[in-house]
Design a protein around this ligand. Structure first.
Ligand code: CTP
Ligand code: MG
Length: 230
């Protein structure tokens, strides 16, 4: 049985503003994609990684990840799609077509390059124990308001019942395939599983699994590395 990690890395990184695919932006000389793929393989429970690259960066992403494949894991690179959901669907279809016995699928943003191995293992273990969909989460630090189109507050959800969602999200392969068959666009694959009416369960995430979106986030990642905590 194979655990396959799909890594959507086909975004343009516009909010980071480096003028290149965010996954290729280096932190201390090592591209985010390399850190993310290495983290998945080093967790010891992932046999294949499928990277969805911007079509113009497929060759570059092949080159930078080539040295990461080992006896314990293989790396595949293909062209992603226009939206994140398209990239995930293309990588999933590739995995189900090309990788024998794909039973568990993780979806892990290249932008969450500093996710600790313990989070990856928790997600895989929960899916292995029979959960159809598993997401790593953190408690909310801030109060959250729901507002209307004019920015007027309409509700204050109970913060204690809210969670921030990270990746990798883990799924039984057939469940993720059904979820993506709907063709709905979502920033969150677990949301598609919820639409099927199937249970989604949570495990503990980690602050280091933050998504690098803005220059501020990149500065935080650099500080984590400099301080030895990533
Ligand atoms: N992603 C993807 N295919 C797309 C769009 C996004 O595979 N068409 C990936 C990104 O590469 C990233 C993850 O989905 O790893 C989360 O997306 P986001 O953080 O929004 O990254 P970007 O789309 O690159 O950034 P921006 O929205 O600022 O352009
Ligand atoms: Mg984006």
């Amino acid at each position: 049985m194979s655990v396959v990690a799909l890594v959507p890395a086909a975004g343009r990184g516009e909010r980071l503003g480096y003028g290149m695919a965010k996954a290729l932006v280096p932190v201390n000389g090592v591209p985010l994609l390399v850190r993310a793929v290495r983290g998945l393989l080093d967790a010891g429970c992932v046999q294949h990684v499928v990277v969805a690259a911007p079509p113009s960066d497929v060759d570059t992403m092949c080159t930078v990840t080539a040295s990461l494949a080992s006896a314990g894991g293989a790396v595949h690179v293909l062209a992603g799609g226009a939206e994140r959901t398209d990239s995930v669907r293309l990588a999933l279809e590739y995995a189900l077509r090309e990788i024998p016995d794909t039973r568990i699928v993780l979806v892990h943003d290249a932008a969450r390059a500093f996710t600790p191995a313990e989070v990856i293992r928790r997600v895989v273990e929960a899916v292995e124990s029979g959960e159809p969909a598993v997401i790593p989460v953190l408690p909310m630090a801030d109060t959250v308001k729901q507002v209307d189109a004019d920015g007027r507050v309409v509700a204050t959800p109970d913060r204690a019942a809210l969670r921030v969602v990270q990746t990798p999200q883990g799924f039984a392969a057939d469940v993720l395939l059904r979820a993506h068959a709907s063709g709905v666009q979502a920033t969150d694959d677990a949301g598609l599983v919820e639409l099927l009416g199937l249970p989604v369960t949570t495990v503990a995430g980690h602050a280091n699994a933050m998504k690098i979106t803005t220059p501020f986030d990149l500065a935080v990642a650099e500080a984590l590395l400099a301080g030895g905590s990533a």
